[in-house]
Design a protein. Structure first.
Lengths: 267, 402
């Protein structure tokens, strides 16, 4: 059983929802990322989404764009990110790690080379933002051959036939984008999300995570009522801009820990 | 290569061989699908075509002349050079052919707001112009660096009622403006139509923009035969994203004897790495929704580009050009900033036409090509834009403040 599947099974038995924090690898400092990952786990993260920095993050809002630029200034590449996961795995054999990024760095490394290297590093899933199922069938096969899950986005605008196509290729969990826009956008309508999740669940048994627009403990708890997992990104990443690097792990733990507590209280 | 190229590309999902496609986030898929369906519906709709043709004639001023540059031809001492005068279009460049078409689509889709990205500002001006005319709200994204060097066009856009938003992310040029426009579109997709200015981006943009620009080649093909009694021997056009080049080339693709040259910006020289010539010095990758030739480093990160002309300062190129390069149907070459400036000055002094710096790249290559060709052969150069917007740049290089 994959680490991601085992994780959701365990949570289900405990009647808890998964908390999935996102941070950009290499932000604010390359040598800090692995420590931050461990801090997230201490605060109650069940799966870690690690952003692979890219020069043109078209689907991201300003907060994650700036994190990506800082990471690139620190010379963090896809190769470096895989090294970080290897290091993380030396102390944590259980927490699934999902890489989230854009397709060109993977294409530059070579799809097969990447799939094997990611497996060897201890990666569990890959979310390639700009590789829809129509363009990514071959890559998804290569990932599957290495036991890695292809995580896909579903948006509020995704039609039912496309939901079906996406679910056929998806593994691990489905990432439902809770609102129109880029990462870090405002406002979230939980009822609208719940409606759409009913449609998605008709096409898949995979757990569904909801992200975009979750900013605090209250919104995390609200989303946890309707989804299987809560994905938190920009709110965490923005701490890099306000908290000194040496205090960042503690600040992340406090913020994420508050979300964890709120989610578990309303289970 | 199949017998006939025209009409054979792209496939249903926008592929030109291994290039093109729809490499976008799921958040954009529905918007692209709506656009594709609208375009497929209206491209063969007689009312739409009649409205487009009328606008092109009465608002843009088409057909644009094909002008025999006799003095320049004589000076170079070889082939006869004909200039397709897209600089005489309303707003001063070929860009308006496409914005007129896309704005008509926007109107039919009931969108009230249009957005655009721009490098040199020509596409931004052309978008702001059609928005003003149709009473649509218009936001133009432009790199901070380009805003500095294209101040005249920025002011033109503002006069036309458009909001020009400065883009400060990444390299602060055209590619980042495109990223920002995409982000706006994802967020405001309900009321917003994104007018992409070149034959790049996800499907259906490369095919749609090509089809709107192909009027250049259709006219030129008739005009050259009327003037010389035969087809041309060569076509020359500058290539940034590649919309003016594909517009000229496309109607000639099945005329196998007609050679085609796309001219990229070699900037300070291909060997310096400071250029904007992905077809000549890049490799295939994925950016802005399509697979094409890109300037990228060994980690797949997109590199900064350099060109004297903001309109060519782009690290990618339309996917159809990538395919035409691989298939050998068109050849792609590059000329430096310095060579482009020579072309700029020569045309200005010999023919009384001040060309855009983008266009000057095509002129510079024509100077190399024409002398070795027989005098009874002909070359069509796409004079894609006028140079008024570049006067400050050229003056500054000569130490003059205008």
């Amino acid at each position: 059983m994959s680490r991601i599947m085992a994780c959701f099974d365990r949570l289900k038995q405990q009647h808890r929802k998964a908390l999935i924090p996102f941070i950009t690898a290499g932000d604010p400092q390359a040598d800090l990322t692995v420590d931050l990952m461990h801090a997230l786990v201490r605060a109650g993260a069940n799966i870690i989404e690690l952003g692979v920095p890219f020069s043109d993050p078209m689907a991201d809002g300003p907060v994650i764009q700036r994190a990506s630029e800082r990471a690139l200034d620190n010379h963090v590449s896809l190769t470096t990110v895989l090294q970080m996961v290897t290091l993380f795995r030396q102390q944590d054999a259980n927490t699934p790690v999902v890489l989230m990024g854009y397709v060109n760095p993977i294409e530059a490394m070579g799809y097969d080379t990447f799939a094997k290297a990611a497996q060897a590093a201890g990666v569990d899933g890959v979310l390639t933002v700009d590789l829809p199922p129509e363009e990514g069938a071959e890559f998804n096969q290569l990932l599957k051959a290495q036991g890695l899950d292809s995580i896909f986005l579903i948006a509020p605008t995704t039609t039912e036939p496309r939901i079906q196509t996406i679910c056929q290729q998806a593994g691990g969990f489905i990432y439902y984008v809770s609102l129109k826009g880029v990462t870090g956008s405002q406002a979230l309508d939980v009822d609208a999300v719940a409606d759409k999740l009913t449609t998605v669940r008709a096409h898949t048994d995979l757990p569904i995570g909801v992200g975009f627009g979750i900013r605090d403990a209250a919104s995390a708890a609200a989303v946890a009522q309707v989804a299987d997992a809560v994905v938190v990104g920009s709110t965490l990443v923005s701490l890099s801009e306000t908290v000194p690097p040496q205090q960042l792990a503690a600040a992340l733990e406090t913020l994420l820990g508050g979300m964890r507590q709120a989610m578990d209280m309303t289970k | 290569m199949s017998e006939k190229i025209i009409g054979s590309m792209p496939d249903a999902r926008g592929h030109f061989g291994p290039y093109g496609g729809m490499f976008v986030s799921e958040t954009l898929m529905e918007a692209l699908d709506e656009l594709r369906q609208a375009y497929e519906q209206y491209q063969n709709d007689a009312t739409f075509k009649a409205e487009l043709d009328a606008d092109l004639q009465h608002f843009v001023g088409r057909p644009s002349p094909l002008y025999h540059a006799e003095r320049w031809s004589q000076t170079l001492g070889g082939a006869q050079i004909f200039l397709k005068r897209e600089d005489l279009n309303h707003t001063g460049a070929h860009k308006v052919n496409n914005t007129i078409g896309q704005a008509l689509l926007a109107k039919r889709l009931g969108k009230t707001r249009i957005i655009a990205e721009t490098g040199a500002g020509q596409h931004g001006v052309a978008s702001a112009t059609v928005a003003a005319r149709l009473g649509l709200e218009c936001v133009v994204y432009m790199g901070e660096e380009d805003i500095q060097r294209q101040a005249i066009n920025v002011f033109r856009m503002r006069l036309l009622g458009a909001e020009v938003r400065s883009v400060t992310s990444g390299t602060k040029t055209l590619k980042d403006a495109l990223n920002e426009a995409m982000r706006d579109w994802v967020t405001n997709v309900d009321n917003t139509f994104y007018i992409i200015g070149t034959v790049a981006g996800p499907h259906p943009y490369p095919a749609m923009v090509r089809d709107f620009q192909a009027i250049i080649g259709r006219e030129a093909r008739q005009q050259i035969q009327a003037q010389t009694g035969r087809l041309p021997d060569a076509l020359v056009a500058c290539v940034g994203g590649g919309s003016n080049a594909i517009g000229l080339f496309y109607p000639f693709l099945d005329d196998k004897a007609v050679k085609m040259y796309g001219v990229e910006a070699a900037g300070h020289g291909l060997e310096t790495g400071q250029h904007a010539a992905p077809l000549c010095a890049g490799k295939p990758g994925v950016l802005h929704g399509n697979r094409t030739y890109l300037m990228e480093d060994e980690h797949g990160l997109i590199q900064g580009t350099h060109s004297i002309s903001a309109g060519l300062d782009y690290p990618g190129v339309g996917p159809e050009h990538a395919w035409l390069k691989d298939s050998g149907r068109a050849q792609y070459v590059a000329v430096t900033d310095t060579e482009a400036l020579q072309g700029f000055h020569e045309l200005t002094r010999l023919e009384g036409i001040i060309p855009a710096l983008e266009t000057s790249h095509a002129l510079a290559y024509c100077r190399k090509l024409a002398p070795d060709m027989p005098k009874d052969h002909s070359i069509i150069v796409n004079l894609s834009g006028r140079g008024d917007k570049d006067i400050h740049t050229v003056a500054a290089l000569e130490g003059i403040t205008v």
